[in-house]
Design a protein around this ligand. Structure first.
Ligand code: 8Y7
Length: 286
């Protein structure tokens, strides 16, 4: 058994993603599939779509059990897009991935209409950086019965990095996530289907991010933890590296997250992260 499972005394558990179930006794990799226009060099919609499906397939082959599909950028300073635009970006790609790749598809969105359409197209998980706070989002999640990742964000992407301040970042993030999770449970979501995520970089300084990662265990055992640190700006701030130079640091951070209790890793570089996890599991399962 992995130390993070034995330390927390959790028995074998699963996420129920429609017809599939994900075994949480192994670390799960969620591969990032960005369908925002800046993630493509050029070309028309069809070219983009087949490129996206190929990328999903590659991530699946490299070990991603979940593909997280998103059509709205939540980077610091990013503007919001309309539901119509987001739908246009994600729905047909989800249908195509479903037909061609055997992975669980997660919809990265805060908009209930987008969640609903994505679920109808074959997604069986929701990843919401706004933790189902948008009007109507909780209702969609309750009816769908799929796993839901609730992420902490201080403020909104346009302004979240303007001097974020906490008295105690770990306890405030934990308090927020447990409050959101309780609201979900009271609305009828099975607590075993709820995942929580501290939201690295979402209204946090580098010092906040480092403290949260160090204290990840303090998010507790009630809900499984998702962590996204892949290629994030804190690596530029600490090491001065451009976004395409952040692989080794990203893998190191992912492994620290696993040691500190993360169950799901949201990453761009699936193959290298999978190798690191396999070594970790080889050490701790023998
Ligand atoms: C996260 C995320 C992003 C994260 C979860 C990026 C959509 C920025 N980051 N979702 N989304 N956790 N659950 O750099 O950390 O990927 S977008």
């Amino acid at each position: 058994m992995q130390p993070n499972a034995s330390r927390t005394g959790r028995s074998k558990s699963y996420l129920a993603c429609g017809p599939r179930s994900l075994d949480l006794s192994h670390t799960i990799i969620m591969g990032i599939l960005n369908l925002t226009p800046d993630s493509f060099s050029d070309g028309g919609q069809l070219k983009n779509q087949s490129q996206a499906v190929r990328r999903a397939e590659k991530m699946w082959q490299e070990g991603a059990q979940i593909i997280d599909v998103g059509g709205e950028s939540t980077r610091p300073g990013a503007a919001r897009v309309s539901a119509a635009q987001e739908l246009d970006r994600v729905v047909s790609v989800i249908e195509l991935i479903c037909r061609n790749v055997d992975a669980v598809i997660s919809i990265d969105s805060s908009k209930p209409a987008v969640m609903q359409a994505a679920l109808a197209a074959g997604a069986t998980m929701i990843n919401d950086v706004r933790a189902l706070k948008t009007d109507g989002a909780l209702d969609v999640a309750v009816k769908a019965g799929v796993p839901i990742c609730l992420m902490h964000m201080l403020g909104e992407p346009e302004t979240m990095q303007d001097n974020p301040t906490y008295k105690n970042v770990t306890s405030e993030v934990r308090g927020y996530l447990y409050e959101r999770a309780e609201i979900c449970v009271n609305a009828g979501i099975d607590s075993k289907q709820i995942l929580i995520d501290p939201g690295f970089g979402f209204g946090k300084t580098t010092a906040h991010n480092l403290e949260l990662l160090r204290n990840l265990m303090q998010l507790g055992n009630d809900y499984r933890i998702v962590v996204g640190l892949s290629r994030k700006a804190m690596i530029r701030k600490l090491l001065g590296l451009a976004v395409d130079e952040r692989l080794y640091a990203s893998v190191a951070l992912a492994l620290i997250a696993v040691q500190n209790g993360a169950s799901v890793l949201r990453v761009h570089d699936v193959g290298p992260t999978k190798q690191a996890i396999r070594m970790y599991e080889a050490v701790y399962s023998s």
